[in-house]
Design a protein around this ligand. Sequence first.
Ligand code: C2O
Ligand code: CU
Length: 459
Amino acid sequence: RTPLPQLLTSGAPLPKPYTVPLPLPAVAKPVRTDAGTDYYELVQRPAEAEILPGLRTPIWGYDGQFPGPTIRARSGRRTVVRVTNRLAAPTVTHLHGGHTPPESDGYPTDLVQPGTQRDYVFPLQQRAATLWYHDHRMDYTGPQVWRGLAGFFLVVDDEQDRLPLPSGERDVPLLICDRSFHTDGTMPYPVRDDGPGARMAFMGGVLGDVILVNGAPWPQLGVDRARYRLRLLNASNARVYELALSPGGTLTQVASDGGLLAAPRPLQQVRLAPGERADVIVDFAAYRVGDHVELRNLLEEGPQAQVMRFTVERDARDDSAIPPTLSRVERLDPAQATVTRDFEFNSGDLHGETGWLINGKPFDARRVDARPKLGQVEIWRVTSDVAHPVHLHLAPFQVLSIGGERPSGPAEWKDTVELREAQTVEIITRFTGYRGRYVMHCHNLEHEDMAMMSTFEVV
Ligand code: C2O
Ligand code: CU
């Protein structure tokens, strides 16, 4: 648990929790559709948002919004997103969790310069899942996401549509992140080389002191006495959450980073490191009309422990259910793996100062650190010094062991896994679909920017 860096404690008046209604990001409409493809357009531009009541906050947003518009795309339908950069800085957009050809994956040096645009092509040959898109510019992912460059990308499919899980207004995406504010409304972000204090904030990862859900501080949502599907996304630069209901209640996890689990997993709390997602079902029929149900972060006390609140408003009909089996999830067999690779996530020398490295090396776009063969099953053994959420592009994986122990519970696909301090995690994956360059990196965005990223090339 990292203390809040003083640097970011800004003196802005904190809003009263649970007075702002939960915003829902606008759902993007395709600008055009043909037999096989849906076309979307997003314009990155500076804008102002009223995040704290009465204050104007300059942001960078997709379509000027934070979070950006939600894209709801169908599995198997080619989806083309034209991103136009009207910001003063280069950008790169990555679809986190996307099974994407390399030229559209948002490799950190594939810059879209100010005043230009690029088509990102997503064939979406993948299962339904809660994905998200965000900036991925080399050395500047942290500040550019902090300013607002992130949004949901939901992949839907027929298998999920057939399940009786809550849908429509009872399927609620929740993008959770922390920010800090100055009294003038701006969101301060440290300049990396601005003295030892800033350097320290970077080494730990930048934390904010206000928790935002869908861009609103400690919001509240009125709900029916019925089941809801909450799509929880930790879009924070560095903060980890352990989310629980208060008064207590069950969060039934039905999906993970890579879509439906094999079977529902009932939990009292859900831990999410930066980049991770969990879709959970909450049954508000377990409460009474008029009850307030808080979503809390058990890792904090005080205002940072409060995330959002649900108010149970009315009795209502509920045709939803949580089926005992959700999806067939193939378990990758370690006996099929032909290669095992080791990656150490450690601090070390970065241009004469301390930075975050993988196997002792800082990210360098001219260097390839692993060359898995197309179709090959590999085990990657990842070791940490301090905690690091490890994210792999392209290839969803399964966790074989955490600290030497097999994870219990239903089979699932992940794209981000939290390495706790001094821990070893083994993942197994199969590199399918595309040849080309991708990255693995720490999803603590300041660690990523301080070079904890490595290129692999599927050959
Ligand atoms: Cu969510 Cu490589 O990123
Ligand atoms: Cu890290």
